[in-house]
Design a protein around this ligand. Structure first.
Ligand SMILES: Cc1cc2nc3c(=O)[nH]c(=O)nc-3n(C[C@H](O)[C@H](O)[C@H](O)COP(=O)(O)OP(=O)(O)OC[C@H]3O[C@@H](n4cnc5c(N)ncnc54)[C@H](O)[C@@H]3O)c2cc1C
Length: 357
């Protein structure tokens, strides 16, 4: 077993932000703290995003603390642009991310330490910073008949880009940002598209300003304070009306049907007798927090979520969760990294953040 002060699980925006602040606080990467990530390359979940999600199509990527992304070609896939940026970042700050290293479980260890069981061995740590995002836990709802569908079913997490849908009749399920983006690009090549969502989508006019951002974050914050599972950002912010979505709406691409009642062998069907034949069903139904490795610590509340006090799990002050709930955005992840390290430093009895650089 290797003893360290802090194990950071996940090297996405949240994990790297924490690592940056740990280093600034005087903790040595690789000795006092380790960062473990099971993905093959730098970039967090961005490395897996589909090629047509180009850098100019992301909603707003906040730079990691201490280093700007700089000029980037907006037409390049965000997976490449952000992957390269994260690589430069890890090198510049000598963060020494261990990858690919999977963290299987975290449980109570000896002497007040947490036992982190990973594919490269066991760590005994005083503090755990879990920054594992949501990409590894796609949410795929169950509907009757789903297993009998003779066509192609896939989730956003495996979306290959629009070309694969050329000439097909496609049903897209889900009213979030991913669902609308998939639809708009698939509609250009598919034989036919159908959009189904559980709720009537809410379209938002104008910019999503700072005040709206703060209000949205506050709503999600309140949920995790109560131990409820965090909700999706779109359920709080609504979908943006911009030139692209306006055009798609005018062309009928974003005309939505209510959720179907069952999947058939050849499509989807509603109890009122309506049927849509389909070759593919794309489930753009979102993601859940990837926190299975924390199960042995029993942090969940009866409401199904992990109750949080700031970035700390209410049931265990040694456990911080970053990128969870209100910090599940690039700016939120940045702030959470800083706030968590302030707390961690206090728990470890070290000098405050910023005292050592
Ligand atoms: C399609 C899409 C587009 C988005 N666009 C934007 C945007 O434009 N702007 C924005 O602010 N936000 C956006 N988001 C939200 C975005 O995911 C967050 O802002 C941010 O990138 C998440 O960072 P993170 O560090 O929390 O998670 P991630 O980037 O998911 O990083 C988590 C890391 O943890 C690792 N990991 C997970 N489980 C384990 C384990 N058990 N053991 C070891 N390693 C593990 C993963 O390999 C991964 O590298 C988008 C999300 C999606 C799905």
């Amino acid at each position: 077993m290797t003893a360290v002060d802090v194990v950071v699980v996940g090297a996405g925006q949240a994990g790297l932000s924490a690592a940056y602040h740990l280093r600034r606080a005087g903790l040595r990467p690789g000795t006092d703290f380790v960062v473990l990530d099971h993905a093959p390359r730098a970039g967090g979940a961005w490395q897996f995003r589909w090629p047509s999600l180009t850098y100019d199509r992301v909603h707003g990527m906040h730079a990691l603390p201490g280093m700007e992304l700089g000029e980037a070609d907006g037409g390049r896939p965000s997976s490449e642009v952000i992957g390269e940026y994260f690589t430069r970042y890890e090198e510049a700050f000598g963060l020494r991310v261990h990858r690919p290293v999977h963290v299987e479980a975290v449980r109570e260890g000896d002497g007040g330490r947490l036992r982190v069981e990973s594919s490269e061995g066991v760590y005994g740590t005083r503090v755990l910073v879990s920054a594992t995002g949501t990409w590894d836990r796609p949410f795929w709802p169950r509907y009757p008949g789903q297993d009998r569908f003779g066509g192609w079913q896939l989730h956003t997490a495996r979306y290959p880009g629009p070309e694969a849908f050329a000439g097909l009749r496609v049903v897209v399920v889900g009213g979030g940002a991913s669902g609308t983006q998939h639809l708009m690009e698939i509609a250009e090549v598919a034989a036919e598209t159908t959009w189904v969502t559980r709720r009537e989508p809410v379209w938002r006019e104008g910019d999503f300003g700072e005040a709206e951002g703060r209000a949205a974050v506050a709503l999600v914050e309140e949920r995790v304070r109560q131990g409820l599972p965090p909700m999706s950002v779109v359920s709080v912010t609504g979908l943006p009306l911009n030139e692209r979505t306006r055009r798609a709406r005018a062309e009928g691409v974003l005309e939505r049907l209510p959720m179907f009642d069952r999947v058939t062998e050849t499509g989807v069907a509603w109890d009122d007798g309506r049927v849509v034949e389909a070759d593919a069903i794309l489930w753009a139904t979102g993601f859940r927090a990837a926190v299975d490795h924390l199960a042995p610590l029993r942090l969940r509340e009866p409401g199904g979520g992990i109750r949080m006090v700031g970035t700390r799990a209410a049931r265990d002050e040694r456990v911080h969760l970053l990128g969870y709930g209100p910090s599940a955005s690039t700016i939120g992840a940045n702030r959470a990294g800083r706030a968590a390290v302030r707390d961690v430093v206090r728990l470890l009895g070290r000098a405050p953040v910023g005292a050592a650089t």
